[in-house]
Design a protein around this ligand. Structure first.
Ligand code: ATP
Ligand code: MG
Length: 538
């Protein structure tokens, strides 16, 4: 039985091998039996085997007719939903001059992800990795008064990011297709309203595409003013690179990078006199806890990080910090980086520097080290007694009590969520899911309008820097994410809205009368609005 199985219900399925036997006359569509060697995930494998994409080089792909067809369906949905909230489509230049990026300060901070090039006159340019600078420039050249606000523009265009590890085909490419929208507002209230509208637009888009997704609280990275609101739209899939923490009952969902979950109540040990104990060759909290037969959370882990801050004269100032976590907790690197606001780099302190600082790895602690700043994770009970390093190889100290034994310290939420955690309400159980980030919406604040000096006159004739929002969807990534969510052992099982065709019609045999009948059916159904694929045996 070579006809499309599962009939014409909600999902259309291309039978394995269909393209091998049936070929649409004169069409460019080749499928392959072999599993491509370097394809690690289903979407990459299936996109190559089904003849959707062609690899140009690492992380760079061409989209063949079938992929282009699916993407035009995605773009149609995206356009319709954006137009519903008055967004107007534009197309910004892909190559942008360094001056724009210098004016926002990102020429220096963007790093090697942004590909830079020179023209024949030796002027610096870059390939667009994102377009806040270009849009702010366009805004600046056009808008002068609050009366013209809000502005709401979007484009669907190529982006280039020289990813350190491009992988999974078009899921993490270097060149990819993004829908990016930007809005400008007179006030925070107006930005808030637009943000909510975009939240709905994104929800509608992914719903219409037939995807299971979760909108999660997320990290804004260096994109926005610190602490600005942002959500990611995560398509649920086993191979997703993002860990999502959810508590459905209370409508909570966050990327693990920002999740503020709490540890269930722990049995702490009482504070006591400091006492050194011998712990030969036992540098980890777990080993020490085993030796003493206590829970690991009654020990504290001491980590040391170096934060590099840029100085006005262009030099870098380094600071070393002791971070303390419960012995069985891990550091959340995103929270850590956000804690060191303004730092251009935060990294574990090198072994060399640790030696210079006289901190013995595996046995260190802030005991008697008032020369180093200390940050204690919020889950640590500052009144309880803990085992910590004795700052002496092969020794630990019992009874360490934060409040009593460190003169000055700060507390912050720096730990990684564990599956046994409770939601931020301290009551509800959480669940872990894997997701693929298909989109993200941000409140940017006035970061770019300020740095690029974009102003409008407000009601009182005073110059103000408008507030911005930006909103991205990875169109090519979402195509792959769709396949991750919708496939089985036989191949891709398209959600109806994105299937390349509504109907695949195979003509078996070479009889003229059969072909004529097929053509008649084809015409009838086409004229009734069906997207029809007519296949002939070869
Ligand atoms: P990631 O965390 O996965 O690197 P990002 O947060 O840097 O992505 P954004 O700057 O938020 O990405 O870009 C908006 C959207 O563009 C993302 O939600 C994603 O769908 C898409 N995107 C980003 N990087 C890539 C890439 N390398 N390949 C394909 N799509 C991408
Ligand atoms: Mg993102």
């Amino acid at each position: 039985d070579r006809s499309p199985s599962r009939g014409l219900g909600d999902v259309y399925k291309r039978q394995r091998g269909l393209g091998d036997v049936y070929k649409r006359q004169n069409s460019f569509w080749q499928t392959y039996k072999e599993t491509p060697a370097d394809a690690e995930v289903p979407s990459h494998r299936l996109l190559l085997r089904a003849g959707f994409i062609n690899k140009t080089t690492g992380g760079i792909y061409s989209y063949l007719p079938m992929a282009t067809k699916v993407m035009s369906k995605m773009k149609k949905i995206i356009r319709e939903e954006h137009e519903k909230i008055g967004a107007q489509e534009i197309l910004m230049s892909f190559v942008t001059p360094s001056e724009l990026w210098k004016s926002s300060g990102r020429w220096e901070t963007m790093g090697p992800e942004m590909v830079r090039l020179k023209d024949r006159k030796e002027s610096d340019f870059c390939l667009s990795a994102t377009n806040e600078e270009t849009i702010t420039d366009i805004f600046k050249n056009t808008i002068t008064s609050y009366k013209q606000l809000p502005i709401n523009l979007f484009q669907i265009n190529t982006k280039f990011r020289d990813e350190i590890r491009p992988r999974f085909g078009i899921l993490r490419g270097r060149e990819f297709i993004m829908k990016d929208a930007y809005t400008f507002h007179e006030s925070k209230e107006c930005l808030d309203k637009m943000y909510d509208k975009y939240f709905e637009v994104y929800s509608n888009i992914f719903k219409r595409m037939g995807l299971e997704f979760i909108a999660v609280e997320a990290d804004g990275g260096s994109m926005a003013d610190a602490g600005s609101k942002t959500h990611e739209f995560q398509v649920i899939a086993d191979i997703g690179e993002d860990d999502i923490v959810t508590a459905k009952e209370i409508n909570y969902a966050a990327n693990i990078e920002t999740a503020e979950t709490v540890r269930p109540a722990l049995n702490f040990s009482e504070s006591s006199e400091l006492e050194e104990i011998e712990t030969v060759n036992l540098p980890t909290c777990k080993e020490v806890a085993n030796l003493l037969n206590i829970p690991v959370h009654q020990t504290l882990k001491t980590l040391v990080f170096t934060a590099s801050y840029p100085k006005k004269d262009g030099s870098i100032k380094e600071g070393h910090y002791i971070i303390m976590l419960l012995g069985d907790d891990e550091i959340n690197e995103v929270k850590l980086v956000n804690y060191f606001k303004g730092a251009i780099k935060v990294a574990p302190t090198s072994e060399e520097t640790l030696k210079e600082l006289n901190l013995p790895k595996g046995y260190m602690s802030p005991l008697n080290r008032e020369d180093i700043s200390v940050v204690i994770d919020k889950a640590v009970n500052i009144e309880a007694g803990y085992i910590v390093g004795a700052n002496k190889v092969n020794f630990h100290t019992k009874g360490f009590t934060v409040q009593r034994d460190i003169k000055s310290y700060k507390q912050a939420d720096l730990r990684l969520t564990q599956s046994s955690d409770l939601a931020p309400d301290g009551k509800t159980a959480i669940e872990f899911r894997k997701g693929i980030e298909a989109g993200q919406i941000f409140q940017l604040g006035s970061k770019y309008t300020k740095s690029m000096n974009a102003t409008v006159l407000d009601q009182n004739g005073k110059k103000i820097n408008p507030m911005m929002g930006c909103y991205g969807i990875g169109v090519s990534r979402t195509l792959a994410a769709t396949i991750e969510q919708h496939h089985d052992e036989d191949g891709i099982v398209w959600p109806k809205a994105l299937a390349p065709f509504d109907i695949y019609f195979a003509v078996i045999g070479k009889k003229e009368s059969t072909k004529e009948l097929a053509n008649q059916i084809y015409k009838d159904l086409r004229s009734n609005g069906y997207d029809f694929c007519l296949l002939y045996t070869s």
